[in-house]
Write a protein that binds this ligand. Sequence first.
Ligand code: NAD
Length: 326
Amino acid sequence: MTHLITGGGGFIGSHLADHLLADTDNDVLLLDDFSTGAETNIEHLRDHSRVEVLRADVRDRNAVFDAVGRADLVYHLAAAVGVQRIVENPLASLQTNLEGTENVLEAAAEDGTPTFLASSSEVYGKSENVPFSETDDVVYGRTTAPRWGYATAKATDEFLALAYHDERDLPVVVGRYFNIVGPRQTGQYGMVIPTFVDQALAGEDLTVYGDGTQTRSFTHVADAVEITHELLETESAHGEVFNVGAPNPTSINELAERVIDLTDSGSEITHISFEEAYDEDFEEPDQREPDVTKLRETLGWAPEPDLDRILSDVIEERTDREVPAR
Ligand code: NAD
């Protein structure tokens, strides 16, 4: 079975590759332009006999059609990610997240190749109706704030995927990831856990944006990739949207304190405003928590909250390594 992972050089994609390769019947194609993904994520797979790396842009239609044509299953994870990157490069981000997805879905529809689409809890926008359920309405901010471009692009990707399912019989499943974290995630694009861990290990202040009472539900990447694979292989999941996350709302202040405890660091916590961190148009949702009833009913399980396991794994990875300059 040949599995194509777009964004395969990225954080989640590289873990998904490891997960799939544990089964010796699987071959893996990794398509990535390495814009945010790192060569180091897949260094250990370079000489693997069942892995092929395709350096390409998902906006390149021919490259996508070639790659999808060789695959039995497709996981579309390539995207411009990270709030900071979206705010700084709105145009390229939108093009990647819209055109790239349409290329993948159109190519997959040619042969009816089952496809997983990586969506995001961002799709819920600034809804306050926690925990978020897949059938909930979404609430977005104004179009002059680039932050909402990511949410609406992912929402449009979902519309496209469901339309390909309904009109072209594409077996496609949408997974809305909620703050997936773990080893290999970079702090470069505003991801909070690697940033806090690096700051704590360096004895620097941990920088909390806003007043730090905003909550997020963190999910271990190992659980996320297992669910991703299972959803795609579950026929009843096709044509459906699922929250993929562990319901464990943790405030950013609590997170910072836990990182300091677990690293035994003498760091302090400082707060800076979102306006200072991004721009004056910036809006940050207060709460993000998934309702995982549908996931549990479909697969028979959902990720358990385990912040300490996540933090220990990230701390272990980042201890004793050279910390890149921010
Ligand atoms: P990541 O940045 O590590 O992975 C994305 C990968 O896509 C990178 O390797 C990047 O180089 C590649 N990429 C970007 N633009 C590309 C292009 N034009 N052509 C080809 N490759 C391109 O981030 P991740 O956290 O692993 O995210 C994977 C997917 O999951 C994304 O679709 C993201 O939107 C989604 N997601 C992630 C989270 C999370 O918490 N990590 C949450 C919600 C959604």
